[in-house]
Design a protein around this ligand. Structure first.
Ligand SMILES: [Zn+2]
Length: 150
């Protein structure tokens, strides 16, 4: 993976565009159909979601999403944190990677019956498809992400 650019998939025609990181602050256009590529799908950092934004950012997102449910006091969550950051970079433009602070967002935590953290929720096109509990090794998380992409 080239660290100087990310792949952003066009929401309209599906073309994969390579975007240099130093242009991510602008709004690049799809090389094929000229549709603006949404900056929100291009981020290479995990996005923070809340009870308020969960519906639009996760359920309403057309594609694969991983939500890392965590809390500041949780030791294993701090282990997973850097892995989530790496995955956000490596899967930029392919899988939306999000973080949900369960202490601050109890409605969503209760809706998905999150009893132990870290828990990773995997969605595809708004449907919950998997629920990974515990601080899993990076390779295992990747294999789940890859299956979301197939
Ligand atoms: Zn396009």
């Amino acid at each position: 993976m080239n660290g100087d650019s990310i792949i952003a998939k066009c929401q309209k025609c599906g073309t994969k565009n390579r975007i240099p990181r130093n242009r991510m602050g602008e709004t690049p256009l799809c090389g094929k159909c000229k549709t603006p590529l949404s900056p929100r799908t291009m981020t290479d950092k995990p996005i923070d979601v809340t009870d308020m934004s969960f519906q639009s950012e996760i359920i309403g997102f057309p594609g694969p999403v991983l939500v890392d449910c965590w809390a500041p006091w949780c030791g294993p969550c701090r282990t997973v944190g850097p892995v989530i950051e790496q995955l956000a970079s490596e899967y930029a433009g392919r899988v939306r990677i999000a973080k949900l602070n369960v202490d601050e967002n109890p409605q969503t935590a209760s809706r998905y019956s999150i009893r132990s953290i870290p828990t990773m929720l995997l969605f595809k096109n708004g449907d919950l498809v998997n629920n990974l509990v515990g601080a899993l090794p990076k390779g295992e998380i990747e294999s789940h992400l890859n299956s979301l992409l197939n």
